[in-house]
Design a protein around this ligand. Structure first.
Ligand SMILES: Cc1ncc(COP(=O)(O)O)c(C=O)c1O
Length: 442
């Protein structure tokens, strides 16, 4: 017998990170601790159950889980919602499956997470892209006019469109959801929002949640911004009658054993928001605003979502300096650094973050290249992603067709998508984001 598992690298890493006591300016939103007033088992195994009598069953919920979902919909003012223990990824799969069942063409803002692309591949959906007018591949500024034209040309081609956008995006930029919703509804097209980064938005001083601004479907990763366990998410829909079909789609992609611990953490974080959490979101919103104001001379902040503290700077260098100050960030590249705040952060933690940032000297960011004009689409995403492929260095990829999308996470925002013919301009953009190889069709 080989003597393996003498070392436990993952366990050792987790324990070491715990002992370091870093200020966790990254996901999950619980920041490494539970929420005190909700009961948690002293032993997690005792609450880790399966679909036994009385425990309900997530994908055909009719008991305790349905009650939790109904209360969540009430809290957010949505028509209905479905809990997910498979993150927003599962919610995105379900809402797109709903669009597939309605035979809709998806018009999507190009700065999408790879969960969207993978779902389109699995479902065989075709996408009409809207590219940002400015910004980069992780975050861009879009014009309503471009969505309006895409809707018109889809309708003129006899298609039934829907629109899919990511807001807030990884850098904390938000789209004009109210404007998009008006456009979509005039064209009889549902609006789908990837709100993975915005589960807290309902509770800000001004409600900025997509469902309040007119979205028809949206996913919230509770684990990113709320005190919930990784994997906890909620899929909201405007029309309550859609919920059973969404559930049906969710069970097509989700594990048959959704974690009760994760679901319990959704319930806890919802109860938190219904109680003291609402005030804590608003308190953190004010503290975040003060932090930006106090540091405005030293740092250039970007983004409009209050809990994404995004700095335009050499992110790699700044992240290394912050690590010396016991702060771990969410995301770094050569142009940006993202620190994720949360309602559960204490005044002491905000002060510690302020002092850490005061003692760092940011280096200027590399400017993000202007996006080249769109690549030629040679075949549909599904064909390209599921065909035989090989990995080649960027220097050898000009003229080849992008196979399955391979993109580092975070931020998991693809540059080329499956089926597009790669050219030197887009390959150099990949190089800018630190990608050195690409999967191409054979
Ligand atoms: C914008 C965006 N959408 C979707 C997802 C997928 O969410 P989850 O990890 O909850 O499945 C992520 C994850 O980072 C994301 O950043």
């Amino acid at each position: 017998m080989p003597k393996n598992f003498q070392n436990l690298p993952l366990t050792e890493y987790l324990e070491q990170y715990r002992q370091m006591g870093m200020l966790r300016a990254h996901m999950p939103g619980h920041k490494g601790r539970g929420i005190s007033e909700f009961p948690h088992p002293s032993d997690v195994f005792s609450w880790d159950i399966t679909e036994i009598s009385g425990a309900d069953s997530l994908f055909e919920a009719s008991g305790i889980l349905l009650a939790g979902e109904a209360q969540t919909a009430l809290l957010y003012g949505s028509g209905a919602c479905c809990w997910s223990a498979g993150g927003s990824t599962l919610c995105i799969q379900a809402m797109l499956a709903k669009m597939r069942s309605e035979n809709r063409t998806v018009i999507a803002a190009r700065t999408v997470h790879r969960a969207f692309l993978n779902a389109c591949v699995l479902l065989g959906l075709s996408v009409r892209w809207v590219f940002p007018r400015s910004g980069g591949m992780i975050s861009g500024e879009y014009a309503l006019q471009d969505f309006s034209e895409a809707l018109q040309s889809a309708v003129a081609a006899g298609e039934s469109p829907c629109v899919y956008v990511t807001s807030p995006d990884y850098l904390g930029n938000m789209q004009d959801i109210a404007g998009l919703s008006a456009l979509c509804h005039a064209a009889d097209a549902p609006l789908l929002v990837d709100n993975a980064h915005g589960a807290h938005l309902t509770f800000l001083h001004e409600n900025r949640h997509p469902m309040a601004l007119g979205a028809d479907y949206c996913c919230d990763s509770a684990h990113k911004m709320l005190p919930a366990l990784t994997g906890a998410a909620v899929l909201h829909c405007r029309n309550a009658a859609d919920a059973p079909l969404l559930k049906q789609h969710m069970q097509m992609f989700g594990s048959t054993s959704p974690s009760y611990l994760i679901m319990q953490s959704i319930e806890s974080s919802m109860a938190y928001l219904a109680g003291r959490g609402h005030a804590e979101v608003q308190r953190s919103e004010i503290l975040a605003q003060e932090l930006r104001q106090k540091l405005a001379q030293r740092y250039q902040f970007i983004g409009t979502e209050p809990f994404h503290l995004t700095i335009a700077a050499d992110g790699h260098d700044l992240a290394a300096q912050l690590r010396q100050q016991n702060v771990e960030c969410e995301y770094e590249d050569s142009s940006f650094l993202v620190l994720l705040l949360s309602p559960v952060m204490t005044q002491t933690e905000f002060d510690a973050l302020y002092h850490a940032l005061c003692s760092c000297n940011p280096k200027p960011p590399k400017s993000v290249p202007v996006l080249p004009s769109p690549m030629e689409t040679v075949c549909d995403m599904r064909t390209a992603a599921l065909s035989a492929w090989e990995t080649v260095p960027l220097a050898q990829a000009h003229g080849r067709i992008c196979g399955p999308v391979q993109v580092p996470c975070p931020p998991a925002v693809p540059i080329a998508v499956s089926g597009e013919r790669l050219n030197d301009e887009w390959l150099s953009l990949m190089g800018f984001y630190g990608i050195s190889t690409v999967a191409v069709m054979r």
